[in-house]
Design a protein around this ligand. Structure first.
Ligand SMILES: [Zn+2]
Length: 207
């Protein structure tokens, strides 16, 4: 998928999509290929995500690859100085400094491959993925299959009533849905499903 030969330059690749769309699987596939070519690979995920395995990235299909758990994106920078290829999974759980760190790594000549959820359970952009998409050289959007109707799924439906943005879970908590079948929580439904042009403010009404 990357037809261009890079010479003396780094770059950023982002793999994003809903849950169950194969993001981690695709990340692992790219990292494995780099390892087979004997490139130095460093792989990270945020400490929050210990859902299947403490020191591995694991896809839902049970592919896995060793990784280091880190708390801050800056730890990634410190621990990948020797690497030629840097892989980062579950990137939506890092703060916005991840964008600075990825830029720095790419500017140092490294290939940076980032996988993460692009929308939260409300169907709203999940920072810092949108910011990363803007600066990435290559973007792949992966799709799951809607469990209701079989269309390509771009949304992650939370099956519980939890209101926190981060609730770690797999098919016990989430399922993939298409645009038609996705049901965002009540408080964001009108913004996500049927946004309207805001009412014009009356003159003199401003504070
Ligand atoms: Zn559907």
């Amino acid at each position: 998928m990357i037809p261009i030969v890079h010479r003396n330059t780094g770059w950023i690749e982002v793999i994003c999509g809903s849950m169950f769309s194969g993001k981690s699987e695709e990340l692992i596939r790219r990292l494995r290929r780099a390892m087979i070519a004997r490139q130095k690979v460093a792989i990270f995920k945020p400490k929050i995500d210990n859902r299947f395995s403490e020191d591995h990235i694991v896809s839902h299909s049970e592919l896995k690859i060793p990784s280091t758990n880190v708390e801050s994106p800056w730890d990634i920078l410190e621990e990948s100085l020797e690497a030629q290829v840097v892989g980062i999974d579950e990137a939506q759980f890092f703060d916005k400094d991840l964008v600075l760190v990825c830029q720095k790594l790419a500017n140092m000549g490294k290939r940076v491959i980032v996988a993460g959820l692009d929308q939260d359970y409300r169907g709203e952009p999940f920072e810092p993925i949108p910011q990363l998409l803007a600066v990435a050289e290559y973007i792949d959007k992966t799709h799951a299959i809607c469990v209701i109707c079989g269309n390509p799924a771009n949304y992650t439906q939370r099956k519980t009533e939890d209101k926190e943005r981060v609730v770690v879970g797999a098919s016990d908590v989430y399922e993939a849905r298409c645009r038609n079948c996705f049901e965002p929580p009540e408080e964001v439904r009108k913004n996500v499903k049927l946004p309207r042009r805001p009412e014009k403010e009356e003159k003199g009404d401003r504070k």
